[in-house]
Design a protein around this ligand. Structure first.
Ligand SMILES: [Zn+2]
Length: 429
């Protein structure tokens, strides 16, 4: 940061002040496009809205439709947008990425979830914090530099991508798959997710979703002793998880600064369970011969995936040894490896200094309990120099009456602008 003259920084910060209304207005415009995922509504409209704003701001714009991905359908096309603002040199390339899909509205709203209303210093709407304000901040951070007349040495890219809320495989995952986002062409990536305006997110825990199916033997319900209940077998498996596995999580704590603090431990959630005949239909008297449950295990970088999976296998094998007739099958549904940005990644230092410069306080490093598009940047594209930093309060994501503070939005725009200056470099005046 010190290599950027103070006069240059001041010019850019003044430019942010002048365009503050526009960044708010653009955020509202994005909120008014109800890009609900699932199923992935209005993606082309939102990609075009971002693309046309990027064009207004001098970017060259490309659209990347995730052809061939199963999520991409005629009814719900998966369209991503990438804008490039070329500097004096081709490199370094600083890439800012936001997902424009939002989760379903849910109950409990008192505001119009797709109104984009601005009141008392807050912008309201589904997805405003997570993360349409972040996209607007990224676009206008670059635009503030352009309007200030400061010439960047390197290149700035801003992308709007789909499906982060459902894994991002047709979004950031797709851009990595086609090489649009790659280690040899992208030097730094910032993802403006809502993590509070003074925190830098350096990664996330691992995710392991698996399904366990227990098998029994069907018999007449009036003579259950002649069959074997798959539901009771699942009960034995759940009991083993509750009494043997969960208590051991207490002593397993990661060194990574995951927030909230409870999520520094390993966790396991039961997503769903179903056994026997379909609910809500006419039933016949039968012993259940099948029961399945889906589990969501979040594992620590210190645990690793293989050991995490083996532990479940060993636990269920233990149940099989002591419960007569216990048979099970296990299926991996999703594995996301944990991610951690190296301590010496330039993007951490750059954002830290920018946060200090704008807010006058030290940035806090955090990590996320759940995964986000960082995984594709790190694991697929191989780019280690990546963090998440953006406006909005983490805990408001996915809640009713979601909002983002105008102050946060403008401050994050300032921070991103200073960090772009630092990471891309400026031409000597
Ligand atoms: Zn998000």
């Amino acid at each position: 940061m010190n290599r950027i003259p103070a006069a240059v920084r001041d010019r850019v910060l003044a430019a942010v002040d002048e365009l503050a209304d526009e960044v708010v207005e653009f955020t509202s415009e994005l909120v008014r496009i109800p890009t609900v995922n699932p199923p992935g509504e209005f993606y082309p409209d939102c990609a075009r809205a971002i693309g046309s704003r990027l064009e207004d701001c001098g970017f060259e714009v490309e659209y990347h439709t995730a052809e061939g991905r199963p999520e991409h359908t005629k009814a719900h096309p998966r369209v991503n947008v990438v804008g490039t603002l070329a500097g004096a040199r081709a490199t370094p390339v600083v890439h800012l990425n936001g997902h424009f899909d939002v989760v379903p509205v849910g109950d409990g709203w008192t505001e119009d979830p797709f109104g984009g209303e601005v009141r008392d210093g807050r912008i309201y709407g589904r997805g405003v914090a997570d993360m349409k304000a972040g996209i607007a901040a990224a676009v206008y951070a670059a635009e503030a530099i352009r309007r200030s007349g400061v010439k960047l040495l390197g290149t700035v890219e801003v992308s709007g991508t789909v499906d982060e809320e459902s894994g991002g495989y047709a979004g950031m995952g797709y851009l990595a798959d086609i090489g649009r986002l790659a280690k040899d062409r992208t030097d730094a990536v910032i993802i403006p997710e809502p993590l509070n305006v003074d925190r830098i997110c350096i990664g996330h825990r691992g995710t392991y979703w698996f399904e366990v199916t227990t098998q029994g033997r069907i018999a007449h319900g009036s003579m259950p002793f002649l069959g074997q209940s798959a539901i009771e077998h699942m009960g034995a498996a759940l009991e083993a998880i509750r009494t043997e596995l969960i208590p051991s999580f207490k002593s397993r704590k990661t060194e990574v600064p995951v927030v909230p603090e409870e999520a520094r431990h390993a966790t396991l959630n039961i997503n769903s369970i179903h056994g026997g005949q379909p609910a809500g239909e006419i039933q016949s008297p039968c012993v259940a011969d099948r029961c399945s449950a889906v589990f969501d295990r979040r594992f620590l970088i210190e645990e690793g995936f293989e050991a995490t999976r083996q532990e479940i296998v060993d636990l269920l094998d233990g149940v099989a040894n002591r419960v007569a007739g216990f048979r099970y099958q296990m299926k991996d549904l999703m594995v996301v490896e944990p991610v951690r940005t190296p301590d010496d990644a330039p993007v951490i230092q750059s954002l830290g200094e920018a946060i200090n410069g704008v807010l006058g306080r030290e940035a806090t490093l955090v990590a996320s309990p759940g995964s986000y598009d960082h995984k594709h940047v790190f694991r697929k594209a191989g780019i280690e120099n990546c963090v998440a930093y953006g406006p909005g309060i983490l805990e408001l994501a996915h809640q009713p009456d979601e909002w983002c503070g105008v102050d946060d939005l403008v401050n994050a725009t300032r921070v991103l602008a200073l960090s772009i200056l630092d990471l891309a470099g400026v031409e000597a005046a």
